[in-house]
Structures are given as structure tokens and as C-alpha cells.
Design a protein around this ligand. Sequence first.
Ligand SMILES: Nc1ncnc2c1ncn2[C@@H]1O[C@H](COP(=O)(O)OP(=O)(O)OP(=O)(O)O)[C@@H](O)[C@H]1O
Ligand SMILES: [Mg+2]
Length: 390
Amino acid sequence: MASIELQQVSKIYQNNQYSVRDVNLKINDGEFVIFLGPSGCGKSTTLRMIAGLESITSGELRINGQNVNRVAPRDRNIAVVFQSYALYPHMTVAENMAFGLKMRGTPAAIIRQKVAETAAMLGLDQLLHRKPAALSGGQRQRVALGRAIVREPQAFLLDEPLSNLDAQLRAEMRTELIKLHRRLGKTMVYVTHDQVEAMTMGDRICIMRDGYLVQSGTPLEVYANPANTFVAQFLSSPPINLVSCIVRSRAGEIFLELDGGRLIRVSDYAQQHYRRHEGKPVTLGIRPEDFHARQHGAHWQPLPFNVTAVEALGRKISSPAPSTMSGLWCASTAIPCRRRGSGSPCIWIPIPCISSTAIPAMSCRVRRRRPLSINPGVRLCYVKSLCTWA
Ligand SMILES: Nc1ncnc2c1ncn2[C@@H]1O[C@H](COP(=O)(O)OP(=O)(O)OP(=O)(O)O)[C@@H](O)[C@H]1O
Ligand SMILES: [Mg+2]
């Protein structure tokens, strides 16, 4: 078991550019943490620094409270599983899994027992005598995991381990990894640029961009309250709608004015926060699933809406481009098909309350209650929200 702490950790390669910059993060013992971000943002570099495969330019890395900046990888007792499996092609599954233990001089009987136990846990017991070439991608991936598990490391670092698999196998392996984490209870750090993996697998998501750690929180926290438009856009499919608007005061009340002059009233308790920013531009974020065909609560606000195209994706219906604001996406079963293309019905968005957060100054969120019939006076925090950024 291991807690991992990064304090102001940075990495500069020979090209003198920051690959990772001032990352502060505490990963708790037994936690399943996901590093998510676009290509080149520094996910693998951070992982490799934790493993000891890459030196740290500045900052401090602690494992279980001990500074390990200068501790060799083999002495950190951390297993790394890479995207490329890195299995030895001339060895059988059993030999591949046993390799690390053999190198450490573990007695043969113990190796046999550990390999057998781990193979049974991963459903590899019938494949122990096969070579990697005779395995499917998912089986190879499990062998790579098995090789890490038999070592009984204190933490697992997984760098895009599922990206070589097809969609169905990925989904299966996602579930397997979640179960594995529960069974082993070990700290896991998992790198991906797949938002579905990030949202479904981890206790916590750490979103990186250009070497910086932009936001860290539980998947639903980050989804409901993204720190900025980058995070909001990164965690959304179909994409979150970002609409420019301006903070306005009308008859003593504060509104967000959309393009075309339409006003959305800011909820009572956030009025004061917004008043300070009167006249300033902000970006309003509306999640596609927060569009509804009916007004379910008194505070819900209407937007003129004309569905111009529909993508039927099973239960979900996606529709780009309402009339007044171009390129909006809605994704909701709540919008009945018969409304498609039928003039300009109103679409209702739930804005029962907007809460402000301290940083950044103009950041706020609009919380949505569920069930929708709940007393609007009760402030409950739910996912799927509207957000604004200055
Ligand atoms: N050995 C190296 N020498 C110089 N620059 C490097 C080296 N390794 C990585 N980088 C740079 O550091 C930055 C972060 O790379 P890293 O591999 O950590 O990104 P990543 O987030 O894992 O991306 P991907 O999703 O594509 O794997 C990139 O700009 C990359 O070009
Ligand atoms: Mg990488």
C-alpha cells in the first residue's frame, strides 16, 4: 500500500521546455487516480517520474511520506504497465508472469504458486503454456497486468493500457480493472486520454494541460463544476455548449444577456456575486443533456429553439443548432421526436440556482435538482450543470 505525493514537481528535458510544471498532488493509499488530458500534456512523464524511470528536474516526490527523488525504480516497489504490453515473445504466459520474481531470486515453488493464483484471478489459467503470439489483445493485456500483480507491488501505474484494444474489449477490461482494484485495494494511477475511462474508472480525475495539473476531483465533481472551459469541453460528448454572454443589470436584478439580447436571470443567491461584474463578458456553459422540452420548475428558463438536425444514438438524441444561438448541442430523451423541425418550440433549461465559487472570480455553477419536482428552495448539489467563466 502506498500514498504518493508530488510537491511542485517539474520536468524539463534537454530541449529546455517544461513537460510537467509545478504539479502538486497527493494520491491517497488505495486510491484509483486517473490522469486525463490531451496528447503531449505530460501524463506519461508524470507517471514515469513516479515510477523513477524519469528524473525529476525540481520538486519533491514522496512515497509513504519518504522522499524518493533519488531512489532507483526497483527500490520503489511500484509496477508499471504500458500500452505496448512489453511481453517477451519467446516466453510462455507463465514464464512472462514469473520473470520479475525469478530475477529477484524468489524460490521456484513460491513463483509457481503466485503465478497460478494470479492467472486464476485474471482468467489466464488455461493459457499459461501459450506464447504471446497465440493470445488476443485482451489476453496479452491481462498477462502484462498479471506480471505486475505477481510482484505484489505497493502501487500500480498504468499508462494507457487499454488503447490497443477494440471498443468492446476495452469496455470489458475497464470493468476487470475496476474489480481488480477493489480486490487488491492497492494504489493505482491510470493514464488515459479517453474521457469515458476517466469518468467510469477512477475515484479521482486529474486533468492535465500543457504540463500543468488543471483540476483534480471526483469524476462527478469535475463534470459538474469544471474549473475552466478547457476542462468543461474535455469532459463532454456531445460537446458542452459554450455561449458568450454579458452580465447585465435590469431593474435592480442581474441577468446574463445572450447574443440577440435574450436574458437569463441569475438566481437569487448569486445575484450579489454577479453584481460586481456588471457589464463584463462571461462564457455560459450548458450541458447538452440539460435541455428539456417542458418547464419542470418555476425557475427554469426558456430559450427559443429550432431543431435543425437530429442524430439518433439509441436512447440519446443529439441535435445541433437551435435557432438563436448557432451550433448548440442538446442530448436528451426529454425532447420528444415529434418536436423535431416543428417550427420554433421553446426549449427549457433548468436554472434553479447559480452558485459562485471563489476562484476564478467569475466562475459559477448552476445547480440542477433531481428529482425535478423537489422544492426549489432546497439547495442540493447535482451533476450536469451550467457554468460560466469570465
Ligand atoms: N524524452 C523526451 N525528450 C524531450 N521531450 C520529451 C521527451 N518525452 C516527452 N517529451 C515531451 O514532453 C511532453 C509531455 O510528453 P508526455 O509523453 O508526458 O505526454 P502525454 O500526455 O503522455 O501524451 P500522449 O497522450 O501522447 O501519450 C511532450 O511535449 C513531449 O514531446
Ligand atoms: Mg503518454
